[in-house]
Design a protein around this ligand. Sequence first.
Ligand SMILES: [Zn+2]
Length: 695
Amino acid sequence: MQNKIGRMGWLVLLAASACVAQAQPASAPPQLDRFEASVLDKSKDPCADFYAYTCSKWKAKNPIPTDLPSVGTWTPLYLWNQTILREAMEKDAADPAAKGTAQQVGDYWKSCMNLDERAANGKQWLAESLKPVDAMKSKQQLAEVLAHLNSGLIPAWEGGDDQTNTALIGFGPSQDLEDSSKMVAGFDQAGLSLPSRDYYLGDDPASTKIREEFKKHLVRMFKLAGDSDERAAREAAAVFAIETALAKAQMPAVDRRDPLKIYHKQSLAQIRLALPDFNVAEYLKLSGAPVPPFYLVTTLEFLPALDRQIKTRSLEELKSYLRWWTIRAVANKTTPELEQANFDFFGTTLQGTPKMLPQWRRCVASADARLGEALGQEYVKIAFPPESKAKAVELMTGIRTALKKDFGDVDWMADATKKQAVEKLDAMIQKIGYPDTWRDYSSVKIVPDNYLANANAANAFEVRRQLKKINQPVDKMEWQMTPPTINAYNDPQNNTINFPAGILQLPFFDTKQTDASNYGSIGSVIGHEITHGFDDQGRKFDAKGNLKDWWTASDAKAYEERGNCLATEYTHDVPELGAGVKTNGKMTQGEDTADNGGIHLAMMALENLYRSLGKPMDVPEEDGLTARQRFYASYGFSWCESARPDVQRMQITTDPHSLNHYRVNTPLSNQADFARAFGCKAGQPMVKEPACRVW
Ligand SMILES: [Zn+2]
């Protein structure tokens, strides 16, 4: 099921082909971007638009490649990470005696790269995949067929070339919000092909156009699966009607940010009552899920709405829906023709990206999503030496110390609340680089000549692994991201912060670059993740990760006033994306709080370091920048990006992060230290009055 309170990631890795650069041979890994004073555009005024001051020269040199939705300073890093994984896979594939993990990785690679084989057999693989749906004779069989599809064919997690949603309903292990030591099971809203409910319900021209294109795409895919024109049109209409009805019953993303709104303890009897026309008990049994003491339901209204679809739609209409989800799920693993058609809509129409990434990069992303902790071991050996880990720990210690001091300094929290905040911070587990124990994939059967079967086997392994967690102790040390991932997250229910080796690289981090650059870039990321524990959502969880109010009433009120200041500041028009496009500061409030706090804490930590070294922070160094200026410029540089307008519009409706331009300018304009560093004066755009501040 979808992660209930959302992965509080830091970077935005949009859909399949996120953040990547143009194809290059594996033998020529890219030069990683590194902040240098020469990138700054001195013709721009840092107090007018700091993002332009930091990024305009870089942007002029880095147009968006045709096979990417966006390009950023981390794009070469993504290619570099993928190149390392490619070399590991090629080495295993070339070894005829490969055993164990090496055999799995090598054969996965061979099966994915062999397009001739996929072209020859893909149609047949698709036809076989459709058989269980085509054989349905009554709605009573829906539970059985859906359990089959959602247990391996349709992956329910993010990564590689796949959707993040399951057909009709989401089900999986769910950590109890009130008692984080308990792993029960939960039901979630699901069943949409488009990125969010807004795409079905919005009446703006962009949404309307995408819906029309989506209907055409459905017809095209049914025809590619062998259906007649007339049948394909009928099927497409059914799919669209069912998904639109489900979209209407879904809770908007902004409401899902409130843990209390998505926390409903239910017995199986209650769930059956809400879903009388679906044999949910059989679905659970056939999925192989253990029986928990109770279930958690995110969106109560979704279940009766789903039931209405099952009850009122004809068997043929429901079969059309399941056929579509099957076709879509296998498209990227069967014939190149189907894969291209899938990309034409989800890549080009939806995101504006003209071309697919080269085959090898799609295969690396697919393997990373499915066998990530097998491949990740190779990555760590090459890209993450012990000195990187030691330096990262040093930064984290400095930033944690800064937050502790900040708790002591603020004048709006009572001592009792401050004490609880410090306890929570002290209990926060930091995980750096890679897991202590690697996942065991030995039960996954990988063959050299059937990519779809391999992907399904790995998906099924993941579903089984997830379901096995039900009723078992929670493993706080498990990772939700693979080692090469360029991202980081805070897990509020386990009170952990997590930094994969993939982000502890340039342009974010390097043991050989200056402290000011490291603190400005990765330091702000570390501060960001720690701050998530105390953002508008994270503050509702205690040191153990339980949803529990540990705030005095007046402290909570003071907090909300500060949070609302940010939410208002970040709610504004985005005229460059078209008339009527508006950000929602309530949806991005957690991320914005973390951005603002992260920069502030990283700066405090850098000041402490300079103080302990007896070095001045405001005297120009060799490159002409003071340490304080380099800190902010390095922060800005790690966010330089050009993104296609379609992608940015998608981000505004689906992503809890603000657009990069605002992630740089808005938090910096709230910080007095920034204004001092660049001599900005009241009244200039980069000086907000009043300035918003939580941490
Ligand atoms: Zn975040």
